[in-house]
Write a new protein. Structure first.
Length: 45
């Protein structure tokens, strides 16, 4: 498999943040990771 297709890191969480409709959105995941200091401003999920 190509190197660019592999994730740079894995983050394990107890639950994923969901929108009001019960869907997981990239924006909410990104915000949750930034609040925990796990994302450092990168733009990847």
């Amino acid at each position: 498999m190509s190197r660019y297709k592999l994730p740079k890191r894995f983050v394990f969480v107890d639950e994923m943040p969901k929108s009001a409709y019960g869907k997981i959105t990239k924006k909410l995941v990104r915000q949750a990771l930034e609040e925990r200091g796990l994302l450092d401003g990168e733009r990847a999920v």
